[in-house]
Write a protein that binds this ligand. Structure first.
Ligand code: GP9
Ligand code: MN
Length: 706
């Protein structure tokens, strides 16, 4: 009875579409769980996952319902179904090799696809692949045996329309749920994993197609002539290095430590616990800040927008801004030409480069972007022993991260240019419930603020442990270590609640204060130097690369970098934010409001000379941002030949088996190998890394914190 009823339903045209939808849904879910490695953080995300194939599946399959002719209807329905399956299946296969999804660019630049899916594709097939196509065989059998049910009655046009609307509705609901769970999913496009997880493959591919089309339009219109404005700007804006500092760290290893979401106000901050006892939040970073080995900057601002971490990286590696919308890494990172730090240092000074980061390499499209930047190695989450105990949603915690990085670091040829991207001090600043727990929480009504200090304290200890290792292994003496906060950890909307902890009033908290909170640490530790000091120059992330290159003794005149050396006397102290607001030494301009930067007083009626300066500074900011956009959106560096650098060939870099690659170089170089491992008589230095939990470090607190 029931079976007959079901059969009857599927014998209609609409029923047939539903059947295809059901099959497509089941296969997608199968792919989600078997082939794709989607990281699910909470049950709600499973709900979204179950819905997303239905929305776009129904929309696409529903197209067939508009067709009158019987044969045409069935053929169209099949073709749509088949194409959706093909997309699903090829992504499943591609994922096995690349742990990523197929983009329009991957298809267009087919060399990359070929390298993974060419002759080796067969090796990527799995026995369960039959699941993706077995039903087609069934349909074929029905057709041959003439049992294929055909409904000659056309579907009502209006009803077809209603189905389309229904699918749009389901898609909107899907989008709404996704945005609730992950705000700004669409505008920030964190990673392809996220788009697939939340919206499904069809939506991801369509979105990717639109994005690719838009960027390709602008690129196609760009020509070498567009470089004239850019080179003129860069020449006029060049700040020559102070000879006192130029080349001070020449030939040294560079070790960047990316302090996640770390703001300048944490430096020297003491948090009061509920008993009024003060706890220094970041004692180790404070000691660096005050050391005369360190060039520290206390008016250094983050300049990121929606690309957050990736925007900071864009600036540090290129001295170019991120984009006005979304992330440069995800939109252009995989295809633009760059003249980034790794490639400059490799080609002019023979540096080897590597990034260490305990999150999936696909996040912010890093794997692709780093290749374009010229990074030799990328040690992402797949290189670390990540367990549910030692990690959270952004990857492995900082202490095991540094500890486990050493086994790769010691094999890199020196001098090296490396970057360690930490994660533990990331929103939502979840508390450690294990032996790392114990640092007091702040006492505000906002849990995010309350947890921020404890995770910052954890990061501080993690960095200290790494420094201890650098000293013990000897790396310290021939390296410079650059530490920076990438962007705010406490958002503007939470700042009024933070105000009392800073000795300020929540009621009088103004836009000006929000702008001042965008300060992040920038510290260059140059071991054995004594000229270090706390520098009060106003600057930002865009200025980091020329500053670093000059310290390393690299002439930057030929490079199209938009920042200025912070140690140069010619540095103009204007810090552009990505939304055209800015802070300069004298003025802070936020929309229509102007403040005196030094005392925070709003200037409501600027006199003529003040107005003139403000207008000039405004123009300077607009020009700097616009030049950056011209370079990035037009992909102008592909035309630039005057830097003397060879273009980066991204296909040279394979981020799998990085250790094997490094060890092979060590072997090939033999006694000429400069890796720490080789210099240490081919013995590991891993045992020099010591790590301790918070509880071990603070036995006295056992009693106070139950
Ligand atoms: C993730 C990490 C965080 O890998 O870099 O990025 P964010 O959310 O800060 O931009
Ligand atoms: Mn970040």
């Amino acid at each position: 009875m029931l079976i007959q009823k079901i059969k009857n339903i599927f014998q209609t045209r609409f029923g047939f579409i539903l059947l295809l939808l059901l099959l497509y849904w089941a296969k997608t879910i199968f792919a989600y769980f078997i082939d794709f490695n989607l990281i699910m953080e909470k049950p709600f995300q499973y709900v979204i996952l179950l819905i997303n194939p239905i929305a776009t599946g129904l929309l696409l399959l529903g197209i067939a319902l508009y067709i009158k002719n019987t044969r045409a209807f069935y053929i169209t329905a099949f073709v749509i179904y088949f194409l959706m399956l093909l997309l699903l299946f090829s992504n499943a296969v591609y994922y096995r090799e690349f742990s990523d999804y197929i983009t329009i660019n991957t298809i267009l630049g087919s060399s990359k696809v070929a390298s993974g899916l060419g002759e080796s594709a067969i090796r990527l097939f799995r026995f369960w692949d039959i699941v993706y196509f077995i039903d087609l065989l069934g349909f074929l059998l029905l057709k041959i045996t003439k049992h294929f049910p055909v409904d000659v009655k056309p579907f009502n046009k209006r009803a077809a329309f209603a189905i389309t609307w229904l699918s749009v509705l389901i898609f909107s609901a899907n989008l709404f749920l996704a945005e609730t769970d992950r705000p700004e999913l669409i505008t920030r496009t964190f990673s392809r994993d996220y788009l697939v997880k939340y919206l499904g493959l069809n939506a991801f591919t369509s979105y990717d197609a639109i994005q690719t089309y838009n960027t390709n339009q602008i690129r196609a219109k760009a020509s070498p002539r567009d470089l004239t404005d850019v080179t003129n700007y860069v020449k006029a804006h060049y700040a020559a290095p102070d000879p006192k500092y130029f080349g001070k760290a020449k030939g040294k290893n560079v070790i960047y430590i990316h302090l996640e979401s770390f703001q300048q106000f944490l430096i020297d901050y003491k948090l009061k616990d509920e008993n009024g006892v003060e706890h220094e939040v970041t004692p180790f970073l404070n000691s660096l800040y005050h050391s005369n080995e360190t060039y520290a900057f206390d008016n250094f601002f983050n300049q990121v927008k929606a690309g957050k971490t990736s925007d900071a990286e864009t600036m540090f590696e290129n001295s170019l801004f991120g984009l006005d919308q979304g992330s440069l890494f995800t939109q252009l990172g995989g295809k633009n030409t760059f003249e980034a730090a790794p490639s400059i240092l490799n080609q002019t000074q023979g540096y080897t480069s590597a990034v260490f980061h305990g999150n999936a390499g696909t996040f912010w499209n890093r794997t692709e972007t780093y290749k374009q930047f010229g990074f030799n190695y990328f040690f992402d989450a797949s290189y670390f022993d990540v367990t549910s105990k030692n990690s959270f949603q952004y990857g492995i915690h900082d202490k095991p991260f540094f500890e486990q990085s050493v086994r790769y670091l010691e094999h890199l040829q020196q001098p090296f240019y490396t970057k360690f991207i930490t994660v533990s001090n990331h929103y939502p600043y979840e508390q450690f419930t294990n032996d790392e727990g114990g640092f007091p929480l702040a006492q505000t009504k906002d849990e995010t603020i309350n947890g921020y200090f404890a995770t910052a304290n954890y990061l501080d200890t993690a960095v200290k442990e790494f420094f201890d290792y650098l000293k013990a292994s000897g790396l310290y003496n021939n390296s410079i270590i650059v530490l920076y906060g990438d962007h705010y950890g406490i958002s503007n909307s939470r700042n009024p609640s933070l105000a009392p902890l800073l000795g300020m009033d929540s009621e009088t908290w103004a836009d000006y204060n929000n702008a001042m909170m965008q300060r992040v640490p920038y510290m260059i530790v140059n071991p054995n130097d004594t000229d270090g000091h706390i520098n009060h120059t106003y600057g930002g992330e865009i200025d980091a690369l020329p500053t670093l290159l000059h310290l390393l003794g690299v002439d930057t005149t030929k490079y199209l970098q938009l920042g200025q050396d912070l140690l140069s006397p010619a540095h103009q102290q204007i810090v552009a934010f990505r939304n055209d607001n800015f802070v300069s030494q004298n003025f802070t301009v936020l929309g229509d409001k102007v403040y005196n930067t030094q005392n925070g007083i709003e200037i409501t009626n600027p006199d003529a000379s003040t107005q003139e300066v403000i207008t000039k500074e405004k123009e300077a900011v607009a020009q700097q941002l616009s030049i950056s956009d011209q370079i990035n959106n037009g992909d102008l560096l592909r035309f630039y030949k005057d830097s003397g650098l060879d273009a980066v060939d991204p296909s040279k870099f394979k981020y799998k088996d990085g250790l094997g690659q490094a060890e092979k170089i060590e072997k090939d170089k033999g006694s000429k190998s400069t890796s720490l491992f080789s210099e240490n008589g081919n013995k590991t230095t891993q045992y020099l890394f010591h790590t301790q939990t918070y509880k071990e470090l603070h036995p006295e607190e056992e009693t106070t914190n139950k």
